[in-house]
Design a protein around this ligand. Structure first.
Ligand code: FAD
Length: 373
């Protein structure tokens, strides 16, 4: 492993250039830190767009239900028929250029450790950076969650997770079981049911459909639930898991036709399908696991940030065990609007923290200093 090279000593490293990382970078720059000199953004993905670049082509921009633009630059005039991967990838690329954020990619952070002198050592596949603080914005896409079910290995059909879903075509004529109670599961079902011989929807809990997009009040209440878990040091649930499923016209029709009739979680998988302890059985050629994601935080393990409850306790975006580290896009901020706000909050916190030593960035406003005290 190489040691920190000239130019690799910065005030802040931002890990990840999705919505959360770019919001953090924007606010760092706005606060007076210079990209490339005072902070660096390291992104493991090949192109701009964060996880959006990997989403399936049939997830068009028009089907993304509540995408908030990044701070400081609107996303206007996008064709709703184009894949969101393209629309948002191009928008992020333009954003990075417009604000000169100088994102380094593909650079994968392998581990973050103590470097001594209060600094952090950020080890990557492209060298080592040291920093006084870190904004972690690595999202969840790279940690798909698969529940374990007895018999899973014996299934002779195909199993795939949302993270590998590329559209319905390959399911033509098949019997498909879709597992999961979120928006992704519903979107997979709507698409696959048009070409498959049969679909079965299975969820752990009864899905809660809400009428139309949730309002601000419901959104806030949902975020507060996730925030409470994070404050208690528990692993977060996804924001979407507590907002319910806003009914669209397409979903209403699918409910009427029976496509969104749901069964409880099966108990076992057999070579040819899924079975319940009460004797019910469904034959399947494919099982699609739309069972969500977990935070991709393995690189932070050497810092020992986890609590006994298995989560990382946060105050706002700041890690309670290590105030040099902020998690953005994590738990309550795992949405585009949450990620925007978290980027701003993290920078506000870091301005206060870093101004207490030799820092090139500007001193905090009196309001920020009071908040950090
Ligand atoms: C299918 C789907 C649809 C969604 N639709 C909506 C929606 O309609 N509205 C909404 O508000 N939210 C939606 N969300 C949630 C939303 O996409 C995210 O919460 C939001 O984009 C924030 O992204 P992020 O920056 O936290 O992470 P990401 O976009 O995942 O970006 C993380 C970046 O970090 C990089 N990275 C990860 N690990 C490392 C590492 N070790 N080293 C270097 N780089 C690393 C990744 O390569 C990636 O580029 C959706 C999520 C999914 C899965």
């Amino acid at each position: 492993m190489k040691f920190s090279e000239p130019g690799h000593e910065v005030e802040v490293v931002v890990v990840g250039a999705g919505q959360a990382g770019l919001s953090g970078a924007y606010h760092l720059r706005r606060a007076g830190w210079e990209p490339g000199r005072d902070f660096v953004v390291l992104d493991g993905s090949p192109h701009p767009g964060g996880a959006w670049q990997f989403r399936w082509p049939t997830l068009t921009y028009g089907r993304v239900h509540a995408m908030n633009a990044l701070p400081g630059m609107a996303l206007t005039g996008a064709d709703p028929e184009r894949p969101s991967a393209e629309v948002i990838g191009e928008y992020f690329a333009a954003y990075e250029r417009a604000f000169g954020l100088r994102v380094r990619r593909p650079v994968r952070v392998r581990a973050v450790r103590e470097a001594g002198n209060g600094r952090l050592r950020v080890e990557t596949d492209a060298g080592v950076w040291t920093a006084r603080a870190l904004i972690n914005a690595t999202g969840t896409w790279e940690r798909p969650f698969w529940p374990r079910v007895p018999g899973q290995e014996a299934f002779t059909g195909r199993q795939l997770h949302t993270s590998r879903y590329r559209g319905p075509e390959s399911f033509a004529g098949e019997r498909v079981v879709v597992v999961g109670g979120g928006t992704s599961a519903v979107q997979h079902l709507l698409e696959i049911s048009r070409v498959a011989a049969a679909t079965t929807w299975v969820t752990r809990r009864e899905p809660v459909f809400t009428d139309g997009p949730f309002d601000e009040e419901q959104g806030r209440a949902a975020v507060a639930l996730v925030a409470e878990r994070v404050r208690d040091g528990l692993p977060p649930r996804s924001v979407v898991s507590v907002t319910g499923l806003p009914l669209t016209e397409e979903m209403r029709r699918a409910r009427e036709s029976g496509v969104l009739r749901r069964l409880p979680m099966f108990d076992r998988i057999t070579p040819g399908g899924v079975v319940w302890d009460d004797g019910r059985a469904v034959a399947a050629d494919s099982i699609v696991w739309a069972t969500g994601f977990r935070a991709a935080l393995g690189h932070l393990a050497p810092l020992g940030l986890r609590e006994a409850g298995g989560g990382i306790r946060l105050e706002g975006t700041r890690v309670v065990r290590d105030p040099r580290i902020h998690l953005v896009g994590y738990g309550p901020s795992a949405s585009t609007v949450g990620a925007n706000r978290a980027g701003r909050a993290a920078v506000r916190g870091l301005r206060a923290l870093l101004s207490s030593g030799s820092v090139r960035g500007p001193a905090p406003t009196p309001e920020e200093a009071a908040e950090a005290a």
